[in-house]
Design a protein around this ligand. Structure first.
Ligand code: HSE
Length: 403
């Protein structure tokens, strides 16, 4: 019998306990022996929980039990998750995690500690919910050079965008629905401001390059400024709007960013709706590979947590080694190049063409002009807008085009 412990009996912890109860027979067959959740650490008593008898309130119970070899940290937040994870690894227990904030902040250190102690620190569930993407990056695609990643990495915002524009829901109504379904963060600002997607693209970038970007240096925009009319204009011109986390490796720099993008309807990312996530990985030999599935929720995330636990128990888990990016990693965002969607008031198309002679005018309705610039850098865009501002131009909306 293998014994495991769960830290945090919230949405994901409960799902993980459910999975090991419901799939016990199949798991026992595949592992060769029973796997049992021995403890669930939580500050709450939860007398009505089916797992009430497993609840302990002190990490010391788990640390002091040599029968527990794998611990699932599904508490979320940095503290005390960081301290508990270090204590478990130091005690010779492997840790699997769904905690993207912790992995994106301390992943390099925790991976090193796990290697030093001869155990594993795995976190497939931290990024993309149920979708296997971290493991394929470090195994099946390991012989490739990854040149880019574009991911729909936040289920809540994808759900909100889909409900707003397919079902006419309000932003607030769609957010409430996402919260009720257990997709959203405790503070949903982390979802709608792009912070959650930022943590996840940092983890994927580290998985692809071995270098963990400093999240504070990652340009991060959310979806709160997106207007219904921008989406309609985008759709009329063959695009959808998606919040993307991107790693973009170019001869002039390595960029990591989160922002809403216009995605051409020809891209496989454009049809990814509701709580689904997708990660498109661009490889120099494999070409483009897309991973798709449920990016949030109790049971989908539990699936990835449990997969990591089983890989430790089977003995086929893989270690990663990460370094931490320095002051020049990722590259200064001002050098990032894209075509830009701009909705401008106060100028006409002739004035716009003085700055971007080959701009593609999408719409000139009422006093608003919407256009796509040619591919330019962020710095060039800033300079161009500065030239237009004295002419009376105001930027009402700005999105980038994902190539
Ligand atoms: N709030 C996150 C999301 C949960 O909506 O994707 C999964 O990480």
């Amino acid at each position: 019998m293998k014994q495991i412990a769960i830290l945090g009996l919230g949405v994901v912890g409960r799902g993980t306990a459910d999975l090991f109860a419901e799939n016990a027979a199949g798991i026992a067959k595949r592992i060769g022996e029973d796997v049992r959740v021995k403890y669930a650490l939580d500050i709450r008593e939860m007398p009505d929980s089916p797992y009430a008898s497993l609840i302990v309130h002190s990490i010391d119970v788990i640390l002091g039990d040599p029968e527990v070899t794998v611990v699932a940290e599904v508490m979320g937040g940095l503290h005390p998750a960081y301290e508990y994870t270090k204590a478990c690894l130091t005690a010779g227990k492997s840790v699997v995690s769904s905690n993207k904030e912790l992995v994106a902040t301390y992943g390099a250190e925790l991976l090193a500690l796990a290697a030093e102690r001869g155990v594993y620190y795995l976190f497939e569930a931290s990024t993309g919910g149920a979708i296997p993407v971290i493991s394929p990056l470090v195994t099946d695609l390991a012989a490739n050079e990854v040149t880019g990643i574009a991911g729909i990495l936040n289920g809540t915002t994808n759900y909100i965008l889909t409900r707003m524009f397919r079902a006419g829901a309000t932003f607030e109504g769609a957010l409430t629905e996402a919260q009720q379904k257990g997709y959203a963060e405790r503070n949903p600002a982390a979802d709608i401001e792009g912070i959650d997607a930022c943590r996840k693209i940092c983890i994927l970038a580290a998985g692809a390059t071995g270098i963990l970007p400093d999240a504070a240096r990652v340009h991060t925009e959310g979806i709160t400024a997106i207007r219904q009319r921008d989406v309609q204009t985008a759709e009329a011109n063959g695009y959808t709007v998606k919040l993307l986390g991107r790693l973009d490796i170019r001869p002039w720099g390595t960029f990591v960013l989160v922002a809403p993008f216009l995605v051409p309807v020809t891209s496989p990312l454009s049809g990814v709706e509701d709580v689904f996530n997708a990660v498109l990985v661009r490889c120099n030999y494999a070409g483009d590979i897309m991973f798709y599935g449920r990016g949030a929720g109790s049971h989908p995330t539990a699936s990835a947590v449990a997969a990591d636990i089983l890989s430790v128990l089977r003995g086929d888990a893989k270690r990663q080694t990460w370094t931490v990016g320095g002051a020049d990693y990722p590259t200064d965002f001002r050098l990032f190049r894209a075509r830009h969607y701009l909705a401008l008031t106060g100028i006409d198309r002739n004035a716009a063409r003085v700055v971007w002679s080959d701009a593609e005018i999408l719409e000139a309705a009422g006093d608003e002009l919407t256009l796509l610039t040619p591919e330019i850098s962020e710095q060039e865009l800033t300079d161009d807008i500065a030239r237009l501002t004295p002419l009376g131009a105001h930027v009402q909306a700005h999105l980038r085009v994902c190539d």
